[in-house]
Design a binder for this molecule. Structure first.
Ligand code: SF4
Length: 383
């Protein structure tokens, strides 16, 4: 089904799992962050408005094809679960893009995520044309979001951002990572805490919703304290709509790995990362952001909620984990990473707990003393 091919990039935020993924630029123009491997070795390029419009047209053709398949298979034009399953389970006939459109339609065809790493590098006028074309083609669209670097955002005037908002850009996801300048430099983020604050302020002023990503564990042993405190300080000044947490996992393909090899950067343990998260949350003051732990690498998924109300609840969740015995913590860490536990509460579900206990036993039998390595391998498989 090559006639239904349209271009898609490699990643999206977890919150865009059911969004239509549409690539408007390729890769990342910065590409130097030491903890990121997504676009390494790939060259950044802009896609032309014509190319992107053509892709939108192809998505529309796919939508028509899926609807006629629905009639053909007796689903009366509806995008039913059996129809979507039929498409999803047949990768030989249906491309990745085709299958993702089926899933998108099933979820109501409401959300779109523009890929890749920094789409505000496009001229504002071009982005507006794309946004308008998207909304005209699919009136069902309610939300259009994108990744952008703070540095690039800060080069746009508030008026330009407002125009983008009016054209349909609903949310910008920015990788804050940390609010600590020496750490921003160390990881080569190419932006300062002050620039993050300015960019965040502009997005908020424009009316576009703002998501700021923070990487837990990014400070390592050397800077964890300053990382937590200064990140809270920057977030308190931005007051983003969302604070999204993800946990550092270093792969060999990331430049940071070399620093670990040289023992220059010491990774935090899971418990230390939880302590760091506690320090960060405890210092979030006077903001109304929604704190979200929606990444599979995060140990405590249930640490989330709307600030300031949820702060105490989140701290209690953390303290509940920290108060567990070493044996319980290990059981929880494995259960969470194996996808069996969703919260510390699940530790007390006998069926789940015994499943995790037998998995722990298997690991210990196959690789005595290899628990941490097994856990690390499991986490690696999520990236
Ligand atoms: S700006 Fe984002 S995509 Fe680009 S290298 Fe840094 S983390 Fe990766």
């Amino acid at each position: 089904m090559t006639k239904f091919y349209f271009e898609q990039g490699p990643i999206r935020p977890p919150s865009e799992a059911y969004s239509l993924l549409l690539r408007v630029t390729r890769n990342c123009p910065w590409n130097r962050c030491e903890f990121c491997h997504t676009y390494k070795k790939e060259k950044f390029s802009l896609r032309s408005v014509e190319e992107i419009k053509k892709d939108i047209d192809i998505v529309q053709e796919i939508v028509s094809e899926i609807k006629s398949l629905s009639w053909r298979y007796g689903f009366g034009g509806e995008i039913t679960v059996p129809l979507v399953n039929l498409i999803l389970q047949d990768p030989q006939h249906f491309s990745d893009g085709f299958r993702s459109v089926a899933l998108w339609l099933h979820e109501g065809g409401k959300n779109v995520f523009l890929q890749d790493g920094d789409n505000l590098t496009l001229k504002t006028i071009s982005l507006i044309e794309i946004l308008r074309y998207l909304k005209e083609t699919f009136p069902s669209i309610e939300r259009i979001t994108t990744y952008a670097r703070a540095k690039t955002v800060s080069k746009k005037r508030v008026e330009e951002l407002q125009e983008l908002y009016r054209a349909g850009l609903s949310r910008i996801h920015i990788g804050l990572e940390t609010g600590y300048d020496p750490l921003l430099q160390y990881i080569q983020k190419g932006v300062t805490a002050q620039e993050h604050i300015e960019a965040g302020g502009r997005v908020k002023e424009s009316g576009i919703s703002l998501s700021e990503y923070v990487v837990l564990g990014l400070g390592g042993r050397g800077m964890w304290h300053e990382h937590a405190l200064n990140t809270a300080k920057v977030l308190n000044q931005i007051n983003p709509d969302f604070i999204r947490i993800r946990t550092l996992k270093v792969l060999k393909t990331m430049p940071l790995y070399q620093k670990i090899e040289k023992k220059e950067f010491i990774l935090l343990s899971d418990d230390e990362i939880v302590e760091e998260e506690r320090l960060l949350i405890n210092h979030l003051e006077g903001i109304t952001s929604t704190f979200t732990s929606d990444h599979i690498l995060n140990l405590l998924e249930e640490v989330e909620g709307k600030l300031p109300e949820a702060k105490e609840k989140m701290l209690k969740c953390i303290d509940r984990y920290l108060a567990l015995s070493k044996k319980e913590k290990d059981n929880f860490r494995l259960g969470r990473r194996a996808g069996l536990y969703r919260s510390v509460e699940d530790l007390y579900k006998p069926e789940l707990r015994s499943q995790v206990e037998s998995a722990l036993l298997q690991i210990e039998t196959a690789r005595p003393g290899g628990f941490e390595k097994a856990l690390s391998d499991l986490m690696e498989s999520f990236i």
